[in-house]
Design a protein around this ligand. Structure first.
Ligand code: MTE
Length: 400
């Protein structure tokens, strides 16, 4: 029996941390097959503890505050947020900083559990642009950080973190407080009834079950801000990091923007390709994403361990989706808005002659973004195992 026993969850999800807390990803091929928007059933979940339980009748009265370095502290309910602020809907891809950590754990055990490459999902998030709310609260001179705190009480206090105030005030960064996902109320695992959504940055900044927003002149001093979501220098061992707090106190190691990343969904790792009698070409395909609102502009596949690369086609599903207008989703009809920046994953594919696939034992993918940030060949190992983004490899085996 766990504290989350009241929650129904999809049996297809792969549990990464035993029974509790709930940390899951979908099988990569299932995630890919979902397409641009991930259904709530298969959306990855990263919970540090139990899910706060909120009765439906109490949702409008969910209270949260804006406090700290503001001229006008606010105490609002979700009802106020809906009635007093303009609502927006944006497509946003969330990614856990631990996505692809499994590959690092194989090289050397990190302190984190083994995510495959499906710690990433996309939804249409509806809510209020956080900058609109903060303008009402009037940040004081000298305020530089927006700290956020959730309602989940954990062994080291409530989950919390911070982002920079100037990012929150930048409309192109699109940071929001969301209450709906794909046209329906957020599901409990994803922050029901209210969460922050910080596009283009690691999922760890998107605080769920949001209760407090605190403006400060220093980054958050929350335990989870300091001891989680950091890339320490690669030389720092698990023992050293445990004994010397100086490594954690250095805000320069905190992760914000995502790094450029990609993965191959088809073929699956170690999939047996039945090439005999198959069509002449096999379609290799997968996803890619950039960080900080930067669009992926290139995806390349190698059949010879990186000696040569071929250019894959990119499908910006986000653009097609936007052009097709409002549509019926699980929770209702949803129309989305559009921003200059891109906060969504894209898909890539390339047709490889079966005769060439038959000659190789592995396939690599790498992506590049509009600032020419390219995935590196080598892994950067660090003690928490985060932001892993070297070329993604699948090995293939052939039948007979
Ligand atoms: N917010 C709270 N309150 N508690 C949490 O455990 N986990 C964070 C973030 N926000 C977390 C949280 C992490 S590490 C990630 S990756 C995202 O939520 C995951 O969001 P999801 O479970 O909706 O996919």
């Amino acid at each position: 029996k766990t504290p989350d026993n009241w929650l129904p969850r999809d049996p297809r999800l792969i549990r990464l941390t035993g029974v509790h807390p709930f940390n899951v990803e979908a099988p990569l091929s299932d995630l890919y097959n979902e397409g641009f928007l991930t259904s709530p059933e298969l959306f990855y979940v990263r919970n540090h503890g139990h899910v706060p339980q909120v009765r439906d009748e109490d949702i409008p009265d969910w209270e949260f505050t804006v406090e700290g370095m503001v001229e006008q502290p606010l105490k609002l309910t979700l009802r106020d947020l809906l009635e007093q602020y303009e609502q927006h809907t944006y497509p946003i891809t969330l990614v856990c900083a631990g996505n692809r950590r499994k590959e690092q754990n194989v090289v050397r055990k990190t302190k984190g559990f083994s995510w495959g490459a499906a710690g990433v999902s996309t939804a249409l998030f509806t809510g209020v642009v956080m900058g609109d709310l903060l303008r009402k609260a009037k940040p004081k001179r000298g305020a530089r950080y927006v700290c956020m705190e959730g309602a989940d009480k954990l062994p080291n206090g409530y989950y919390g973190t911070s982002v920079k105030l100037n990012w929150v005030m930048d409309p192109n960064r699109g940071m929001m407080l969301a209450h709906m996902m794909n046209g329906e109320m957020l599901r409990p695992d994803h922050g029901k009834p209210l969460r922050a959504v910080i596009p283009g940055q690691i999922g760890g900044r998107s605080v769920k079950w949001l209760k407090r927003i605190i403006l400060t002149n220093e980054p958050s001093d929350n335990w989870y801000h300091i001891y989680d979501n950091r890339v320490l220098p690669t030389s720092v061992s698990p023992e050293e990091s445990a004994n010397d707090p100086k490594w954690w106190m250095d805000e320069r190691y905190a992760i914000y923007d995502l790094s450029t990343n990609s993965a191959i969904a088809y073929p699956a790792h170690e999939e047996q390709l039945g090439l005999v009698g198959a069509p002449e070409k096999y379609r290799v395909k997968g996803y890619a994403y950039g960080g900080g609102g930067r669009r992926v502009t290139r995806a390349e596949v190698s059949l010879d361990k990186g000696k040569t690369w071929r250019l894959a086609k990119i499908d910006y599903a986000e653009d097609r989706y936007r052009e097709s207008g409002p549509r019926q989703l699980y929770g209702g009809t949803v129309d989305m808005e559009w921003r200059e920046s891109s906060f969504c994953w894209c898909f890539w594919n390339i047709d490889i002659p079966v005769s060439e696939l038959a000659e190789t034992s592995d396939l690599f993918i790498r992506a590049m973004d509009e600032s020419m940030n390219i995935q590196p060949r080598d892994m950067y190992w660090s003690v928490l195992g985060m932001m892993n983004n070297p070329w993604y490899r699948v090995t293939i085996s052939r039948e007979n």
